[in-house]
Design a protein around this ligand. Sequence first.
Ligand SMILES: Cc1cc2nc3c(=O)[nH]c(=O)nc-3n(C[C@H](O)[C@H](O)[C@H](O)COP(=O)(O)OP(=O)(O)OC[C@H]3O[C@@H](n4cnc5c(N)ncnc54)[C@H](O)[C@@H]3O)c2cc1C
Length: 243
Amino acid sequence: MARAAVSGRLSWRTATLVEARAENASARTLVFDVPGWPGHLAGQHVDVRLTADDGYTAQRSYSMSAPADGARVEITVQTVADGEVSPYLVDVLAVGDAVELRGPIGGWFVWRPEQLDPVLLVAGGSGVVPLMAMIRARRKHHNRSVFRLIYSVRTPDDVYYADELRRRARDDHGLEVTFVYTRFGEDAHRISVADVNTHGWPPELEPACFVCGPTGFVETVADILVALGHDPRRVRTERFGPS
Ligand SMILES: Cc1cc2nc3c(=O)[nH]c(=O)nc-3n(C[C@H](O)[C@H](O)[C@H](O)COP(=O)(O)OP(=O)(O)OC[C@H]3O[C@@H](n4cnc5c(N)ncnc54)[C@H](O)[C@@H]3O)c2cc1C
């Protein structure tokens, strides 16, 4: 309801693609120039609307992958097989093309640069997108709170922002990154209580927890966090769709 209320006040803007980067074989980061963009917080998302020649429209939500930077709005889209919108954004949209975009949307799943509590980020697949915006915002604002990211992903080849995450885990003091591979190596497995217990924060530290990914993943991780003793009010979730 809050989401509907927020988006109801927002108007569609023309967004021109100015840069595109492949993240892996099926995902692409898109950087748009959006004149008049009001800025946003890490964790928020936008609606993207496509209009066909015959007037048919389709719109989908995409989290922003980078903190506010003038008129630039950056998203990362994963192709969903047989999807209506995502294959177009990943494979067809070219630099110079325009789409419509509205936002920023969302006031709950956000991290603010003035926050100082420990942060636990848990990502499943493309769910890393808004969490990457938080990691980048932390650095941009010289925030010194300690961050841990647990990133569940099929194989190393499927990791988004792979070079940057490796570099930040080395250089951004206070940031730890752990990968859980579901289809790679002898230890391949779905995220478990042991992963969250070992690589997350103990509940006594009262971390802010952000969990994002496919619906089933998010529900599993949220249940694990609450079972480990985290206050449900400190566990914020964002569901991207079917598992
Ligand atoms: C708040 C929010 C933020 C989001 N942020 C991102 C983001 O940063 N990056 C990103 O890639 N996606 C993100 N999504 C998902 C995105 O909005 C679309 O659902 C996704 O791109 C599929 O759209 P489509 O038109 O290609 O597929 P559709 O034509 O809508 O669906 C085709 C088929 O795929 C299934 N499907 C739909 N969505 C998904 C999904 N997410 N995963 C697996 N199967 C699916 C459908 O059930 C259907 O069977 C976000 C969703 C929400 C609600």
